[in-house]
Design a protein around this ligand. Structure first.
Ligand code: UVW
Length: 325
């Protein structure tokens, strides 16, 4: 066999911190702004705590016409934006096979092998950290290949992401089909869209920010590999924290602008949202149909329902979010 050179190794220093029996790093401090400790020392739900029964009931009262919009991309069929493998969809014991073979009862099963981040999805708070730390001071080592997310798993969100959604149509506001790839949406632009649409954004809201990216991608005959895409600048984090929103979802792969702005660490918004604020992130939302309806009737708020799968210790879940107007 030919010589195989050893891969270079990074030096590794044993951690100089202590992890307590709760899976938390003793004495860990968050960056700013943050929600560590706000819902308790052992909280694993972050801003899902803002989706209170009162807010859910108030959001349900927004329903006027009963029109429903699925914000989920098709699973299978056309390729989904991104670099993750398409779902593997297998059929077992199908009706047709039973008709073609021995007559009798007909029934079908199917099996889906799906990267939970590969299509429309919510990130669990265990999905992302930095410096060995996750939301609320949990140690990043609580997530292992053997056991999954032993803290901050997506099953903690299984009672649903339900509340008032507000669509902020950045692309329409700018008069473009899609915001340019690599172009950041900063807090001033978010506020300009809020003002132009005459909507309010407040505590516990679910923000749906449309850039046009997914619609553009899905319309391509030969979809390009994932690369640059528009998205939120990490400069939006204080704006989001001040308004105390429960979730931010976009029609992009990463919510945040890719590549990052000059001088900004990659995935800084993921860190600021998931690790510091416990702020739920939704990705690859298909917002075009809802946006067209909002533009037509001038109503940008809706009742929003999405049910993460109760995947024990999962770091994310596919969802089919529904907006009801
Ligand atoms: C990464 O790309 C690592 O995460 P996400 O799918 O949340 O953007």
């Amino acid at each position: 066999m030919r010589d195989v050179p050893d891969q270079p190794l990074e030096p590794w220093h044993p951690p100089d911190y202590t992890v307590d029996a709760d899976g938390k790093v003793a004495g860990a401090t968050p960056g700013e702004p943050n929600n560590w400790g706000r819902w308790g020392h052992l909280d694993q739900r972050g801003t899902a705590n803002l989706l209170t029964p009162e807010r859910v009931a108030a959001a349900a009262r927004l329903v006027r016409t009963g029109k429903r919009f699925s914000l989920g991309l098709p699973l299978g069929g056309p390729p989904t934006p991104g670099y993750r493998a398409a779902p593997l969809h297998l059929f077992e014991a199908t009706t047709g096979d039973r008709v073609l073979g021995e007559p009798g009862l007909q029934w079908s099963d199917d099996v889906l092998v799906l990267n939970t981040q590969a299509s429309t999805q919510v990130d669990a708070l265990s999905h992302f950290g930095t410096g060995g730390l996750l939301y609320n001071g949990y140690w990043a080592g609580v997530v292992t290949a053997r056991s999954g997310a032993r803290r901050l798993g997506v099953h903690h969100l299984a009672d649903g992401l339900v509340g008032r959604a507000v669509l902020l149509d950045v692309a329409r506001h700018l008069g473009v089909d899609r915001v340019d790839p690599g172009s950041p949406v900063g807090p001033d632009l978010l506020q300009a869209v809020v003002d132009a649409q005459s909507v309010d954004v407040g505590e516990g809201d679910i923000l749906l920010v449309r850039t046009g990216a997914t619609g553009w991608w899905m319309a391509q005959e030969s979809p390009p590999a994932a690369g640059a895409e528009p998205g939120l600048s990490p400069r939006c984090l204080p704006w989001l924290a001040e308004r105390d929103v429960a979730m931010v979802a976009t029609d992009t792969l990463a919510v945040e602008v890719m590549p990052p702005e000059a001088g900004v660490r990659p995935l800084a918004l993921h860190v600021g949202a998931l690790r510091e604020l416990g702020l739920l992130l939704g990705e690859l939302f298909d917002l075009d149909e809802l946006a067209a309806d909002c533009a037509a009737d001038g109503v940008h708020e809706s009742f929003f329902v999405a049910a993460p799968l109760p995947i024990v210790n999962g770091v994310g879940s596919p969802i089919n979010p529904i907006a009801i107007k």
